[in-house]
Ligand binder design. Structure first.
Ligand SMILES: [Fe+2]
Ligand SMILES: [Fe+2]
Length: 267
């Protein structure tokens, strides 16, 4: 693999999750060592290749996850999160390959290679935990909503950053603490510990999103807050769900002035 975009494409085209994760770690290591040092111009495929399982369903056809901590419910939660993390791996590599031609600094690629590698670790931790609980990633159905949102923003780096790290990953910061509490309450401290690792890393991912959103808005000479709100209204279409984890979002350099005006009313 001679260029970073070629490595990204080979990861997007790997169907099997274990292979996708292995290629992600290998590419990240080669990038850090400088063995891969060219960005190249391999373009992202329209969508990543997916394994035969999980079966993908429309989000509205997915069963509601229960808050109770039975083994079955915990498996459903961990399976849904493993699916999100698999998508997150592809989203990071897609960002690299899709927008490489827009003259971005090396620091951009450093950041998103690190994000991709951390997402691969998250997926692996969850997949291994599912196995410890007697299940496997792929056993349950999953939804394709994440990729649909990504596809809607494939024409514009700012729109992609607004919607993926700064809506979807930021939403992860809002909901993860209560998941950790529920797992702890169910006595599943092992799964809770995995979610703590994910939570800590996702603050960095939102921070990378906020940093590069600001950078690109400055390059275009446009106001970041108003632009963010316009892009989210255009591409995400749903109101943002409060309550927000304002502390974690602020720790990621993502102040409430961006997202609070887009909140659904709390009634
Ligand atoms: Fe993640
Ligand atoms: Fe992430």
């Amino acid at each position: 693999m001679r260029t970073l975009t070629a490595a990204a494409v080979s990861i997007l085209e790997a169907a099997e999750p274990a292979e996708k994760m292995a290629r992600s770690h290998a590419a990240a290591a080669l990038w850090r060592q400088g063995t891969i040092h060219e960005i190249g111009a391999a373009g992202a495929p329209p969508r990543p290749v997916r394994p035969e399982r999980p079966l993908l369903r429309h989000a509205r056809d997915m069963p509601k996850r229960s808050a109770r901590g039975s083994r079955e419910n915990r498996i459903a939660l961990l399976h849904a999160l493993a699916h999100i993390e698999l998508n997150a791996v592809d989203l990071a590599w897609d960002l690299i390959a899709r927008f490489a031609s827009t003259n971005l600094p090396l620091a951009f690629f450093d950041d998103w290679v690190t994000v991709a590698e951390e997402e691969a670790t998250h997926h692996r931790l969850l997949a291994e935990r599912l196995q410890e609980l007697g299940a496997r990633y792929g056993d349950l159905a999953a939804h394709d909503g994440l990729w649909a949102v990504a596809a809607a923003t494939s024409g514009d780096l700012l729109a992609r950053l607004a919607v993926v790290p700064l809506v979807l990953e930021a939403r992860g910061l809002d909901v993860t603490p209560s998941m950790i509490e529920r797992l702890d309450a169910a006595g599943d401290v092992t799964s809770a510990a995995i979610l703590r690792v994910i939570y800590r890393d996702e603050i960095k991912h939102v921070a990378a999103g906020a940093r590069w959103f600001a950078w690109e808005a400055a390059r275009r000479g446009i106001a970041p807050v108003a632009t963010y709100q316009a892009l989210v209204r255009q591409h995400f279409r749903a109101a943002l769900k409060p309550p927000f984890n304002a502390a974690a979002r602020a720790a990621a350099g993502f102040p409430a002035a961006f997202y609070a005006p887009l909140a659904a009313s709390n009634s």
